[in-house]
Design a binder for this molecule. Structure first.
Ligand SMILES: Cc1cc2nc3c(=O)[nH]c(=O)nc-3n(C[C@H](O)[C@H](O)[C@H](O)COP(=O)(O)OP(=O)(O)OC[C@H]3O[C@@H](n4cnc5c(N)ncnc54)[C@H](O)[C@@H]3O)c2cc1C
Length: 406
């Protein structure tokens, strides 16, 4: 299907130019300080390197704040895409510097869409200000959570309260001391229709019975904000903490994951571009067997393949973003699924080639490639493993009315 893309607005172009400056003048130079703090504190420390708060203040002053949320930024998803991509060049720092980091962005979107006025005042306001952080507690170690209908955490009404019992993991962000809120998904009615059993509830982190436990690394890398096990034992919250309607949790999770998925994909393109830039620099400097690596035929081919794959992946991502803008999340769901599979694959292929041309250095922390590879490999699992998206796409294709009958 042919989809015509609109031109970006003057505002979007201006923000892009300002973000390029911010990345060049402040974010990239801050990476060394960020890394030094984390090394000094040790890999299990979950406090935020102070340089990020400095960057947050600067991003706010530059108007580069909350760009992910159309109602705050005035941008379309298609206009946000190149901005998110720029932030993906420094994925550990830049998204948070701009208050555009997962999982808070998805949580803010949910609160914005279906939160009550009181819930917005209590939680959305400080999240939009970047004063607190939040986690999204859906995945459970005991069940295959790629099928969200498997979730077992119970949410039982008792008078004016819900009582929550369950064990989650990969609650990204929960290890960060600034994390004050969980959006938890569990079952309010296990006897209801399969997709009407689940509900979402707001759980303040300091509620008795909430335990943030063991953190888990991603390919040996300990993310600052963590992906820990979280336990909920007889946790009581008022019924007014229900987010949306009872039985609406599954639909709300889909709503949350739509924009969340495409934003991960947008940022991934930035990581791919950084890997390609590192590859190009390295091969022009390094000499083996009497020639620079750039003069070796095989290396040239890898560079060209990388450019093709990134541009193809970006075209798909932008098409999905434009259909979200013009026709809504539901109409875009298959394009989002395509992009969610295709972009991490392309980016991983580029990072892998970049690692290869760096030789041994490529697998060390002297260049960011190994950490980038780990994160984007994990992306093939989170927000739905590849197979789940491929199954959805195959089902749509098999059910499609053919254009010609032979
Ligand atoms: C870095 C990271 C951050 C995360 N952050 C969060 C978070 O903030 N909050 C949260 O709730 N969760 C989070 N997750 C969890 C993530 O969403 C789940 O890991 C994912 O949904 C898969 O669930 P699972 O691990 O239970 O795998 P399972 O459901 O057990 O699936 C295992 C494998 O089975 C295969 N499979 C599944 N379905 C099909 C199918 N239909 N056809 C063929 N094969 C299939 C796939 O290969 C899949 O990888 C995060 C995960 C990672 C790695």
């Amino acid at each position: 299907m042919y989809v015509a893309m609109p031109e970006p607005s003057e505002r979007a172009l201006d923000l892009h130019a300002r973000l390029v400056e911010f990345m060049r003048d402040e974010v990239f130079p801050a990476e060394a300080s960020y890394a030094a703090y984390r090394v000094e504190k040790g890999e299990h420390d979950t406090t935020l390197p102070p340089v990020v708060e400095e960057l947050k203040a600067s991003a706010k002053a530059r108007g580069l704040w909350n760009l992910f949320l159309p109602s705050e930024s005035g941008l379309t998803q298609l206009e946000y895409a190149p901005l998110a991509e720029l932030s993906g060049w420094s994925n550990e720092i830049a998204p948070e510097a701009m208050n555009c980091q997962a999982p808070d962005t998805g949580n803010m979107e949910l609160l914005h869409l279906i939160g009550t006025a009181e819930q917005k005042e209590r939680w959305l306001t400080p999240l939009l200000a970047g004063d607190i952080r939040s986690g999204f507690a859906m995945t459970e170690p005991a069940v295959a959570s790629s099928d969200a209908t498997n979730i077992e955490t119970s949410i039982v009404r008792d008078g004016d309260e819900y009582v929550i019992n369950g064990r989650k993991w990969f609650t990204s962000g929960a290890s960060d001391p600034r994390c004050e809120l969980f959006i938890l998904m569990g079952k309010t009615d296990p006897s209801a229709a399969t997709h009407r059993q689940q509900s979402m509830v707001l759980v303040p982190r300091d509620t008795p019975g909430v335990t943030v436990g063991r953190n888990v690394p991603v390919f040996g890398h300990w993310d600052q904000h963590g992906h820990p096990v979280t336990e909920f034992n007889d946790v009581r919250v008022p019924v007014t903490n229900l987010l949306g309607e009872e039985g609406g949790g599954f639909a709300a999770a889909q709503a949350r994951l739509g924009p969340g998925r495409i934003h991960h994909v947008m940022r991934a393109l930035g990581a791919g571009e950084r890997a390609l830039a590192l590859m190009v620099k390295r091969v022009q400097e390094r000499v083996a067997f009497g020639k620079t690596l750039a003069e070796q035929g095989a290396v040239k081919e890898r560079i060209a393949e990388s450019r093709i794959e990134l541009d193809q992946a970006r075209a798909l991502c932008h098409q999905a973003a434009h259909v979200i803008d013009s026709q809504g999340n539901k109409a875009a769901r298959h394009l989002v699924a395509e992009a969610k599979v295709a972009v991490p694959r392309a980016v991983l292929a580029v990072i892998d080639r970049a690692i290869q041309v760096h030789g041994g250095m490529g697998v060390t922390d002297d260049v960011p490639l190994a950490a980038m590879w780990g994160w984007h490999r994990a992306m093939r699992l989170f927000d739905g493993p590849d197979e789940v998206h491929l199954t959805t796409l195959a089902r749509a294709e098999l059910g499609r009315e053919p254009l010609f009958r032979f």
